[in-house]
Design a protein around this ligand. Structure first.
Ligand code: ATP
Ligand code: MG
Length: 578
């Protein structure tokens, strides 16, 4: 790994910061030999989405590339929204993406004792006080961007009174919202985040790990820097919306460092731009709404931009890692095209997925001169570029399923597949000549007839005597496996769900739900080649000419396969819509 100078790593501003810190010896290794420490700090209040994947890949790969360590830390400071179910799902998702934190699994709630002691320290140092204004009054006192704030009448409480009140807050004497502990900084600061921010609040709530031990809980902005410092994090990477919080992060750690409560030097907070992606929403609030209102069938619906959804869709973890590498990291807001994500998935799948044959819109092809009841095995390579992946055999017989669109009774110009009189190759099998078709009373084609050329079998010397333009895939009627296939497409039909459009009346407010794609899934019955009958859940394949598909993680069973379409072979979405 490490010598970054001569490894071919994409450079970015985070790497430059780390390299400068390493060169100047800012952070000496503490505890073990890790040269830097990063962390991924999710709040266990929902499932991880594609945006989190960017942060996970970033933090874990930087730690890996610079011989450091990356912690997985749960920021579980808000008991009313957090649950063990989410903790388990997050652990699962980060492992699935391919990362490991070793011993470094932490919970903010493990530091509650120390955080409480640190708050007491701030009170003693005259840097924190208990305020008893109502939430509404506090808002009024805070001021605005253009107007300075005013001191709360409780700001001058004595250290003794503050310590007593804080202890009684902890002891459960007061109702939620009656008192709050605030840092004492500057009500006139141009940065609103420094106008005596709240650091501890009363919450009579059951915590998924600490139970009913606590009824005061630290605010995220107080807890997070402390967690970083106690874990010896060197570089605390977060998204840009925390930029205005950095002065408080630094202020707090400076107080605690001066008091000898945390090691020195303190961690550095460094912001990068969050992932924004077209055609999806990446906010837990909106994702929860999609699930709760039934627009998606759960967090792991294959159309959801969650990691469990992507997994079920068939997106490989390597695809997310490639995507993260490709989009890089910067400080300016950007919107990434969804097709960049899909292209990353295709690239990984093209390399790794074995090829199989599926007929999604079946029409029967009858080879009139092929003996009734006879079957022969044709050999098909599992991967065109990887002979080491071997071959499989596909039974060929008198009746085959082909795609309905591969036959035209009256061909349009340029059509090279089956039409009366034309010859095509049945892939890995024989060349056939189309003779005509059967129709029902309404004129719908019910079967196509052809004759085969017995000396044209693929792989035999005679095969080369036939020069044909069409090359069709097929599945044996006698031995094919019928399966449910879910044809997924994008969940939203507009690149920026809920955004204003040109010509919108000024008073018009759009709802992101109005941009849901009405055709984001259709369920079909398809015919699959026999080898697909017994595949393990989550096996990924390229169905030739159709795209990449995965055996559904939960619904696919041996003998009764269910497939989800992961992504088409080519991008069918042009800029701005289908
Ligand atoms: P959301 O905004 O969707 O509610 P969040 O930021 O509240 O997400 P957290 O659990 O707090 O969710 O996030 C954990 C980490 O993931 C944070 O460090 C956060 O900066 C990062 N993160 C969240 N969303 C994105 C995103 N879209 N792009 C990059 N990183 C993200
Ligand atoms: Mg957050």
């Amino acid at each position: 790994m490490s010598d970054n100078q001569d490894v071919n790593l994409p450079s970015n501003f985070l790497r430059s910061i780390i390299e400068n810190d390493l060169a100047s010896g800012t952070f000496a290794p503490r505890g073990d030999s890790a040269r830097i420490r990063t962390r991924f700090p999710p709040e266990p209040n929902g499932y991880l989405h594609f945006g989190h994947a960017k942060s996970i890949c970033l933090n874990f790969s930087l730690a890996h590339d610079y011989d450091g360590a990356c912690h997985l830390r749960f920021d579980d400071t808000n008991p009313t929204r957090e649950e063990q179910e989410y903790v388990d799902a997050i652990i699962d998702a980060v492992h699935w993406l391919g990362f490991d934190w070793g011993e470094n699994l932490f919970f903010a709630s493990d530091y509650f004792e120390r955080m409480y002691a640190f708050a007491e320290y701030l009170i003693r140092a005259g840097k924190a006080y208990v305020d008893s204004l109502s939430a509404e009054e506090m808002r009024a006192y805070r001021g605005t961007l253009t107007e300075v704030g005013r001191d709360s009448p409780y700001r001058t409480r004595s250290v003794e009174e503050n310590l007593d009140l804080f202890a009684r807050m902890k002891a459960g004497e007061f109702a939620d919202g009656t008192h709050i502990l605030r840092a004492k900084i500057d009500m006139a600061s141009p940065n609103i985040n420094l106008r005596d921010p709240a650091i501890y609040r009363i919450r009579h709530a059951h915590h998924h790990r600490t139970g009913d031990t606590w009824c005061v809980y630290p605010m995220y902005t107080f807890a997070h820097p402390i967690e970083d410092a106690l874990e010896n994090i060197t570089h605390s990477f977060c998204t840009l919306e925390f930029e205005d919080q950095r002065p408080f992060y630094d202020w707090l750690l400076e107080q605690l460092r001066a008091g000898g409560l945390i090691p020195s030097p303190a961690p550095k907070q460094i912001e990068f731009s969050r992932l924004n992606l077209t055609y999806v929403v990446l906010s837990k609030r909106k994702l929860i709404q999609l699930v709760e209102e039934g627009h998606a069938q759960g967090w792991d619906d294959p159309r959801m931009p969650t990691l469990v959804g992507g997994r079920r869709r068939g997106y490989p973890p390597e695809g997310f890692r490639l995507f993260a590498e490709r989009i890089g990291v910067s400080k300016s807001d950007s919107l990434i095209e969804y097709s960049v994500l899909e292209e990353s998935m295709r690239e990984v799948l093209n390399d790794s997925a074995e090829r199989r044959v599926a007929v999604l819109d079946p029409l029967k092809l009858v080879i009139d001169n092929y003996p009734e009841g006879q079957l022969e095995e044709c050999t098909a390579p599992n991967h065109p570029l990887k002979p080491e992946l071997g071959n499989r055999s596909m039974p060929f017989g008198r009746a085959l399923w082909i795609e309905r669109e591969d036959f035209m009774e009256e061909p349009v110009k340029g059509f090279r597949r089956l039409f009366p009189g034309n010859m095509v190759r049945l892939r890995y099998g024989y060349v056939v000549k189309c003779l005509g078709c059967d129709k029902d009373a309404e004129g719908n084609v019910t079967a196509v007839h052809c004759e085969y050329m017995p000396d044209s079998r693929s792989g035999t010397p005679g095969a080369d005597n036939y020069k044909v333009k069409g090359n069709l895939h097929w599945v044996s009627v006698a031995r094919g496996v019928q399966a449910e296939v879910r044809m997924y497409d994008r969940l939203f039909a507009h690149p920026a769900p809920g955004s204003r459009r040109e010509g919108d009346a000024p008073e018009l407010e759009r709802d992101f739900l109005d941009d849901l794609n009405p055709d984001s899934v259709s369920v079909i019955r398809a015919w699959l080649e026999p080898s697909l009958g017994e595949v393990a859940p989550e096996s990924r394949f390229q169905f030739e000419r159709h795209g990449y598909f995965v055996a559904d993680r939960f619904d696919s069973k041996a003998g009764a396969p269910v497939f989800n379409r992961t992504v088409t072979l080519k991008d069918s979405w042009t800029k701005g819509g289908k």
